[in-house]
Design a protein. Structure first.
Length: 159
């Protein structure tokens, strides 16, 4: 089924609004967190361990479909994605609203200069499934290390 132009435009507008209010969404969520957790959320890669521990202690995989938990999960998705974006240069948010066969269809995802895109919704799902306590940070480290390799490679090209 081909989606109407108006519907595509609307979905893109919703995504643009979602991007605009990432900071507000996270700030609002941090206000309801226990202070000992909230004060550790400093946008560092290490804070992904705090996020994941909070996630594992307060959510189940089935909660992704729970309307009452959607706001908190969206804030966690937003925070997680922004940590990647802030620390891995040339990372941008994208969304595919046209191809329903795309694994990231209608979900915000991150595209990197090098490496496979990442969808924070899927990262949260993986963290809740695998329950390692370090899934988010490990995935960040994989992407960050790819950036470091790319940067080193580019430096050798300049020499």
């Amino acid at each position: 089924m081909i989606m109407k132009e108006e519907e595509l435009k609307k979905r893109k507008e919703i995504f643009a609004e979602w991007l605009t209010f990432i900071g507000d969404r996270v700030k609002k969520w941090k206000k309801i967190l226990p202070e000992e957790i909230s004060k550790q959320l400093n946008w560092s890669p290490e804070s992904l361990l705090i996020i994941e521990q909070y996630l594992l202690n307060n959510f189940k995989l089935a909660d992704q479909n729970n309307k009452d938990k959607r706001e908190a999960l969206d804030a966690i998705v937003s925070y997680t994605g922004e940590v990647f974006k802030k620390h891995i240069p040339e990372t941008v948010w994208k969304i595919d609203v046209e191809d329903p066969t795309n694994i990231f269809y209608n979900l915000p995802y991150l595209v990197f200069k090098l490496g496979v895109p990442v969808c924070p919704h899927h990262l949260i799902q993986d963290a809740l499934t695998n329950r390692t306590g370090s899934e988010l940070q490990e995935r960040f480290n994989q992407r960050f290390n790819k950036w470091i390799e790319y940067k080193a490679y580019m430096e050798t090209k300049k020499a």
